[in-house]
Design a protein around this ligand. Structure first.
Ligand code: SF4
Length: 446
């Protein structure tokens, strides 16, 4: 049961030392109660109080860590129904399915293709995280071999998918070192699957045939001391599956139903007969409220839009997306290549770098921190002034990379040209086009 701000306040040191970033312990308590602060921000909470508060301030949907290594990820941990209320925290995890009877050569080429699906956007590497090894009745040895090969020869983490406990044991033995998700504990095997998960400290997914039927299963597993649980309400009909997602999220957040306070796993691969339709259904679950989305396959035309949708849904709507300040090389620039400067609003970077790429003119793109504002707004807010831009050009290191002294500034910031010139004596400040779309012609004409 969540504690009120006053109840939390009673457990705090009450020294009003301000180290947590707010003026008083009471203000911190109120923020903690409303989910606006993290307990770790106060370094002086006693261990006893920390235990009580951690329980009370834990997100209503438990965050569950999946896998190990560079593609380790977390699902769940959400605190709101609607993204604009705060933010969604842990992006929907994308998975493709591999049958347990796949031969080694076919698996090798699949892994090679899947591994190549990595896309660089706004300084982030967008890629899928999971492969589901699906038991297709080829026996425990084939299941274990496939799981082991994926676990040891690829970065992908795993979902082991079988309801046969012996086959699951073989899979866990072969690939347990990569912390796979066990799928699934059902009414028929919950004791054995729960014991296997507990013994190996692995997350386990529960599958039932309705939202209500999940409750006794998760209650049983938590009673066994298992905390990392993922839930599947069992519906493979699109409308019902969506309703189940909403019902589970509402039950956890609004009714405080702990038995449903876990991330979900969804199966568009079992709801559609072709990958296009699977992609559309997956897009629905990325927005509402799939923790893991399992598709039959990854192809670039289905995966890329889903990764971009995911990037957009799981960013903080109250904070503009930014790119790190610095020098970006576009198209192998050399000492004679043009130097272009703009702001660090991610969309600005996206558009400007895209147009420079399209121009095929190698350039040095300088990204100046403008607190995520676009050019015109940053200029109006004093975050992209001539002095600042000039100082940034001096300290960013571009002068060691080029032997010319021309800087191209955005057309919308033409007013800063004089101030930049003053800050950079000897440099020619050229005003570029206002619209990024006109950059290719501008660069080619130079
Ligand atoms: Fe109070 Fe802790 Fe914040 Fe200090 S850091 S004001 S003790 S809540």
């Amino acid at each position: 049961m969540a504690l009120t701000g006053i109840q939390i306040f009673k457990l705090l040191p009450k020294t009003n030392c301000k180290e947590c970033g707010v003026p008083t312990c009471l203000a911190f308590a109120m923020n903690l109660a409303s989910g606006k602060a993290e307990l770790d921000s106060c370094p002086y909470v006693s261990d006893e109080a920390r235990e009580k508060l951690a329980e009370a301030s834990a997100p209503p949907i438990r965050p569950v860590k999946l896998g190990k290594g560079v593609r380790q990820t977390t699902t769940g941990g959400e605190t709101v129904l609607y993204r604009h209320e705060k933010t969604f925290f842990n992006p929907t995890v994308l998975a493709a399915t591999v049958a347990s009877d796949i031969d080694a050569a076919a698996l090798d080429s699949k892994l090679k293709v899947y591994n190549a699906f990595q896309y660089e956007r706004v300084g982030l590497n967008l890629r899928p995280e999971l492969l589901v090894v699906k038991d297709v009745g080829a026996g425990a040895a084939a299941f274990a071999d496939t799981a082991k090969k994926i676990a040891s020869e690829s970065e992908f983490n795993l979902v082991l998918m079988t309801e046969d406990v012996d086959v699951m044991k073989a899979g866990v033995e072969a690939a347990g070192f990569k912390r796979p998700l066990i799928y699934a504990a059902t009414e028929a095997n919950v004791d054995a699957m729960g014991a296997l998960a507990k013994e190996n400290d692995l997350p386990v997914a529960v599958k039932a045939d309705s939202v209500e039927a999940l409750i006794p299963l998760t209650t049983k597993l938590t009673g066994m001391g298992i905390k990392d649980i993922v839930i599947d309400s069992g519906s493979r009909e699109i409308k019902q599956a969506l309703e189940d997602q909403v019902a589970i999220r509402r039950a956890a957040l609004k009714a405080g139903n702990k038995a449903l306070g876990f991330p979900t796993i969804t199966f568009p691969c079992e709801m559609a007969s072709n990958l296009d339709m699977e992609t559309v259904i997956s897009a629905m679950f990325v927005a509402k409220y799939g923790g893991i989305v399992v598709m039959s396959d990854f192809t670039t035309e289905s995966l890329f839009p889903l990764l971009l949708e995911r990037l957009n849904i799981f960013t903080d709507p109250q904070r503009p997306m930014t790119v790190t300040e610095g020098i970006f090389e576009i198209g192998n620039p050399d000492e004679n290549s043009p130097v272009v400067v703009t702001t660090n609003f991610a969309l600005t970077y996206f558009i400007v770098s895209g147009e420079i790429e399209a121009s095929k003119v190698p350039c040095w793109l300088l990204i100046k921190d403008s607190e995520g504002l676009s050019v015109l707004t940053a200029w109006a807010a004093g975050k992209f002034g001539g002095d600042d831009v000039g100082m940034f050009v001096k300290k960013c290191g571009i002068m060691d990379k080029v032997k010319h002294t021309e800087l191209i500034i955005p057309g919308y910031a033409a007013a800063i040209a004089g101030d930049v010139e003053e800050e950079l004596p000897g440099w020619t400040i050229t005003v570029g086009p206002r619209e990024a779309a006109h950059l290719p012609a501008f660069l080619k004409s130079k």
